[in-house]
Every structure is written in C-alpha cells, then in structure tokens.
Design a protein around this ligand. Structure first.
Ligand code: F6R
Length: 607
C-alpha cells in the first residue's frame, strides 16, 4: 500500500520521480505528491487522482532540482484529498515526509505534539512523523529520524527531505519494504525494485529498524542505535522491458498471455533432467516430520491455497486446511512443532499473511513461503522458500501469479508426498508428465480468446454472475467470481455447485448468467444435474467443459467454451484461463480501469 521513491544525484529529479511513481502506482493510486529542493527551497506538489495528472501539473514548471521524494497513496487514515496526500510537512514547512505503513500510536503522538504547539493540517497518521522529526531536530536529521522511528509504533517505510540538510535524504523502515539503489547518476530509495529498474545497477534491501542516509555519492545504513550496518550489495537483474505493456492494451492482458511462460518456468526449474524428480532447493532445512498442514494466504493467493488443499489431500496422509490469513490468528488452530504452514503470497509483503506467519512461528510451526517476489518479509521470516517464476506482475488483479502459484503448489504437494513415502515413483512420474503439458494447453486456450471476447459482448451489461463448480474446481469458481468483481465491478459469487440448491438458486432468473465449470473427471453427472436446475429456472448457462461434444450439452448450455483434455492435477489452472479472459473483456467493454481498479492496491500492507 502506497509507493515511495527518493533520488539524489546529478540528474534532474522530477522525471525520475515520475517514472518511479508510475511504476509504483500498483501500490496505490488515489492521490500522489512530490517534494523537491528547488534552489534549496522546499517545493511541494500534491494532487488527488493518478500520478499522470500530477505530472501534467508539475512538468510545465521546468524544475531543475536534483534531490526529491515522491509518493503514491492508498488511503488508510483520511479520505483522498490534497491535504491528506503525501508528502507531509512540519510546522515550518522545512521537513517533508513520505510514508508507507501505519503509525499505530499516531493519536497519542498527535495529542502530545499538539500540546507542545504543533499544528496539524491533515487527518493522516503520517503527519505526526513530520512533527516528531521536527521536535527531535537539533541539526542532525539522521539522529532526529532515528529518534522519531524509536517512538513510532506500527509499520513504516519513510523518506525524509529537509531544507536545512539539502544534500541528503534520510530513510527508515520497520515492517514496510524499502530498497536502496546505486546508479551511475545517483542514489535511489523506493518501495519496490521496478521503480528503479534501468536506473540503478546495485541494490541494498533495508531490514527492519534500519535507517540510511542517501547522498549523490551513495548511501550508508545504520541501526536505530546509530551503528553502521554493512551487507553486500545485490546486482539489479530486472529488465526494464518487463515493466512495459509490450504492445498489449493493458498489463493484465499481457500477463494473461504470459501464463504459458510463467507456469513453464515455475515448473521446469524445479524438475531435474528427465522431469521425473522434483528438486526444491529452498526446502533443504525443512523437517518433513509434520502431522498437519495449513495453507495461509489472502485473496487470489488464498484461492491457490484452497486449490492445493484439494490437490494435496489426494496424495498426503495428514489433515490439510487452507485458512484465510486474516482469520488464522483469531481461531484456535492446532499449531504444534509438528505443524507445517505454507504461506502463499505473490508479493511476500501482505501484512495479514505476515502476521499469520509470525503467529505460526511463535507456536513452533515450520513455515514454507511460496512467493513470487524475492527479498520479501514473508520469505525472510520463513524456514524455507519455494518461488513462483511468474516475473513481475503489474496489473493489480492477479492472473499469471495465480496460475504459477497453483503450479508450484501442485509440485510442492507431490514433493511432500514423495518425502513422506506416500506416493509411488510411477504415480509421481505420471503426475509430472501431466503437469509438463500445461504450458502448451494454456497456449491452446489463449487461442480461444476471440470466442470469449464475443461472450463478453453478450454479457457485459449483466448486474450479477454466478460461478459454480465442484471439487478442486470450486476454488477456481471463487477465483472467477473475484476476478470479475475486481475489475468490472459486477457483483459475482462463486459457490460449490452442490450448495446452489441451499440458497443461491433463489437468485436465478432469465437475467442471470451462470458460469459452470464442468469436467468429466469431477462429479460430471452431478454438475450436469446442477445445469438442469439452472435451466429449469431460466438461468443462462455458460459451460466450460472438457467434454464439448457431449450430445446433452446443447440442451443444457446456452454457451460452451471447450477445454483441452488434461490430467486432474492440471484442471484448476486450465479452467482459470477462460474466466480471466472473460473478466478482462467484460471490464474493457464497461470502460473500467482494468490495471488499477478502484479502491484496490496490489500489495496490501495493512491489517
Ligand atoms: C486479487 C489479488 C489479491 C491478492 C491478495 C494477496 O486479484 O491480487 O486478492 O491475491 O491481496 O496478495 P499477495 O499474493 O501479494 O499476498
């Protein structure tokens, strides 16, 4: 939530801040702002709306500053207004602060600072930091930020610029991500690597309770006690081309089409030559003596976890349960040192998932992180890691990272089963043979985009959708409904098909499109029965089926999308693809902001 960037160096700062902010916009996009030292004077621009709108306002000023900070916001405290947009200033207008995270004790701090005469202009938690730093500022900005960081409770990644200290930017972090970068022209700090891809060549990931001072020559990092922290720098490996649309109208469409590669790379790097042995090098330290498994995650990643619950219970001899991360700590889960927890997260920064990981670790569980972005908090706090190789995902709605998660989870389940001696070599070989066909099968499905786009034309004005499925396709029905809700704002619900008669059937009339995920390998006759029930109530049936030539289908389905034949382990990923395309084309026809849907942010770092 919220993206921050800072730069000090020999180049004009304004274009670099805007380039970075646009790449961070997936983290929040309700308002944005920059603070620069233009001829050593603090100069501030803030605006409600997209970064592009702020840029249009700022560029005509032809600013030449070479130091500055910028922020793109996802509102937590205070509605999106210019006053609540970052940067926030101290009373004198000399210190500017941008922040990602939540200052939990901001009310106490605000009361104390107000009593000492500080005047607040916004409803944000962040503004207390500007005044707190002012309060501690006796000429050493680094020491003032360290003192403020010691007093602040909660999560923060912050960057501070001061008119009285015009050559450096001070940054600090606890809980929210912050990466420093060194490039030819100067020094950067930002929430996420893509913001500085192509600009910085070396990276340094700040850890919790560390600060750094950035100058045009480089940076020094310290702990809160003021001791210098040294760690080796990492090479920047991100190609700036990966963060361009590459000819597609939206990032989401590009990412949907990248799925054969995303799934392929996720699978193949974990398979040894001959593709009959799984090698997960990030799990060397994991004790396989577990008697229970929890999969914890949020949103789309939870749907991947729930899919794994269904896939894994076919092969693992222990109870398995997927749990929404924000609920995990509220329940009396049975966590012991023999519990294995798998935290599924694209970003590795989702706070609900991170807190659930901490809770599980406190109770002695072993935690495996299954993530897409390396160097994340969840990875750092886990005992082992499995990466998805989807590459950076910029569209806020997860697509390729979901299919890569399901692919990696399918392999992880087989790997665990093999380690527990619960699967024969022959069955393992058959399962792997099926999985390796996935990239080709996804490509086949993507070629049916035109047919799905025509369906979208027929239904884009619908007000509600139902998605029904059974068994391991049920989580995919949930995911289909979530995708549609997120980007088209159409109300949609996913249900186990057998549950329809217990309530949702009341919704069905001649206006209601019902997407039914039908596979001859999963309770085929029962799902056909559910289709009959929908038709009997005049609902409109859209069937996704791997038996498209079944003569009964024309009687039961108004529209049919054919899926390729595949082994059961592949079905969840394959059924996802047409639903992503359907949601995408419906959203385009409704004219919504597909890549940055309203109210959402890609990385949710609040609880
Ligand atoms: C939906 C979506 C979200 C995320 C969720 C978890 O399209 O993207 O529901 O899946 O916020 O995010 P990660 O996977 O980063 O933990």
């Amino acid at each position: 939530m919220c993206g921050i960037i800072g730069y000090v160096g020999s180049e004009p700062v304004v274009p670099l801040l805007f380039a970075g902010l646009k790449r961070l916009e997936y983290r929040g996009y309700d308002s944005s702002g920059i603070a620069i030292l233009e001829r050593e004077k603090m100069t501030l621009f803030r605006r409600v709306g997209k970064v592009e709108q702020l840029e249009e306002e700022v560029l005509p000023h032809q600013l030449t500053a070479r130091i500055g900070i910028g922020h793109t916001r996802w509102a937590t405290h205070g509605v999106p207004t210019e006053e609540n947009a970052h940067p926030h200033l101290d009373c004198r207008g000399k210190i500017a602060v941008i922040h990602n995270g939540i200052i939990e004790n901001f009310l106490d701090l605000k009361e104390r600072l107000t009593a000492r005469g500080h005047r607040f202009r916004s409803q944000t938690d962040t503004e207390v930091l500007a005044h707190l730093i002012e309060e501690h500022d006796d000429g050493d900005l680094l020491a003032a930020v360290a003192a403020a960081a010691r007093e602040a409770k909660g999560a923060f990644a912050l960057a501070v610029l001061s008119e009285d200290d015009p050559e450096r930017i001070i940054v600090a972090r606890r809980g929210s991500p912050l990466v420093l970068g060194k490039g030819k022209s100067g020094t950067f700090a930002c929430s996420d690597v893509p913001a500085i891809a192509g600009e910085a060549s070396q990276l340094f990931f700040l850890a919790d309770d560390e600060l750094a001072e950035l100058t045009a020559q480089g940076f020094h990092a310290f702990n809160l006690e003021g001791e210098e922290v040294k760690r080796p720098l990492q090479e920047m490996t991100m190609n700036p081309l990966a963060i361009q649309k590459g000819g597609y109208k939206h990032f989401m469409l590009k990412e949907i089409h990248e799925q054969p590669r995303a799934v392929g790379e996720t699978l193949y790097e974990k398979l040894e030559a001959g593709r009959s042995t799984i090698n997960l090098s990030g799990l060397k330290k994991i004790d396989m003596n577990f008697d229970r498994v929890y999969l914890i995650a949020c949103g789309t990643a939870y749907h991947a976890g729930l899919t794994a619950e269904y896939l894994w219970e076919r092969v693992l001899p222990v109870p398995i349960q997927a749990v929404i991360a924000s609920e995990f700590r509220l329940r009396e889960m049975h966590i012991t040192p023999r519990t294995l927890v798998v935290a599924v997260s694209q970003s590795g920064e989702t706070l609900d998932t991170l807190m659930a990981v901490r809770h599980a670790k406190e109770k002695g569980a072993t935690v495996i992180a299954l993530i897409n972005s390396s160097n994340s908090a969840i990875e750092r706090e886990s005992d082992g890691v499995v990466y998805t190789r989807a590459g950076i995902e910029i569209g806020v709605a997860a697509t390729k990272t979901f299919s890569a998660q399901v692919a990696a989870l399918a392999l992880l389940g087989l790997f665990l089963a093999k380690r527990c001696g619960a699967i024969s070599d022959e069955t393992l070989k058959e399962e792997l043979a099926g999985l390796t066909l996935l990239p080709g099968q996804i490509t086949q499905l993507l070629a049916r985009e035109e047919a799905i786009a025509s369906l979208a034309e027929r239904f884009y004005n619908a007000t509600d959708f139902l998605f029904l499925a059974r068994g391991p396709l049920y989580p995919i029905a949930l995911e289909g409904a979530l995708k549609l809700k997120e980007i088209s704002y159409i109300h949609a619900e996913g249900y186990p098909a057998g549950e329809m008669k217990h309530g949702p059937i009341a919704l069905i009339d001649e206006q209601m499109p019902v997407v039914i995920l039908l596979s001859h390998q999963i309770a085929y006759d029962k799902v056909l029965g559910n289709m009959q029930e929908v038709k009997a109530r005049k609902g409109i049936v859209i069937a996704l089926t791997d038996r498209p030539d079944d003569p009964i289908l024309p009687k039961l389905a108004d529209h049919t999308i054919a899926l390729p034949a595949a082994t059961p382990i592949c079905l969840p990923i394959l059924y996802t693809i047409p639903m992503q395309l359907l949601a995408y084309h419906i959203a385009v026809l409704r004219g919504t902001d597909v890549d940055q849907p309203r109210n959402l942010a890609k990385t949710v770092t609040v609880e």
